[in-house]
Design a protein around this ligand. Structure first.
Ligand SMILES: [Zn+2]
Length: 182
């Protein structure tokens, strides 16, 4: 825990208030917020363990899986997955009430696998520069890397790359795109 030589202003990851970080690792403004974060991490770990147990019970050769199984395997929330199913972005078959099945092969295209590594992320949240001069538009990306627009959108969603819409254009940080396709 190195003491910072100068004061760093950060936003508390729990309450969002700005504070002066005592060390480079400080992420919370107060002991109270640190405690809240600790409780959340514990709850998260418990939830993750349950999801991991679900994934362990799914046969590798079964393609059509249930929504809870999909949420366990892939890094997507139940609410978002239902949304994608309802708007048709993720194909599904409906065998009856509460019997929706989705294809693992399809899900694979959209979402990264859930990470069951319980270690808290060491990296502090990345700061993105979403000013247009530091971004590509979707059109520029597809031209530069010869990939069609919908595949670019798919990758942006899959890898959680931030975007910003100004008028008719969607801007994506150059750094993330070059990193992805180079
Ligand atoms: Zn706080």
């Amino acid at each position: 825990m190195g003491k910072a030589k100068f004061q760093i202003e950060r936003r508390c990851e729990v309450c969002g208030n700005p504070f002066f970080a005592k060390t480079l690792e400080s992420r919370y403004c107060s002991e109270k917020c640190g405690q809240v974060a600790y409780t959340r991490r514990k709850r998260e770990a418990k939830k993750l363990k349950k999801l991991q147990e679900i994934t362990e019970q799914i046969d590798d050769d079964r393609d059509y899986i249930t929504v809870p199984e999909a949420v366990a395997i892939y890094s997507v929330s139940r609410t978002s997955l239902y949304q994608y199913i309802h708007d048709g972005s993720i194909p599904s078959i409906n065998l009856g009430v509460r019997l929706i099945r989705v294809s693992r092969k399809e899900l694979e295209k959209f979402f990264p696998k859930r990470n069951f590594d319980m270690k808290p992320a060491k990296r502090l949240p990345k700061l993105y520069n979403l000013e247009p001069e530091n971004c590509y538009t979707i059109g520029e990306i597809s031209k530069k890397y010869k990939i069609d627009d919908s595949t670019v959108y798919l990758h942006i969603r899959k890898y959680g790359i931030p975007t910003r819409q100004i008028g008719n254009y969607v801007y994506v940080p150059k750094y993330e795109i070059d990193n992805l396709y180079k």
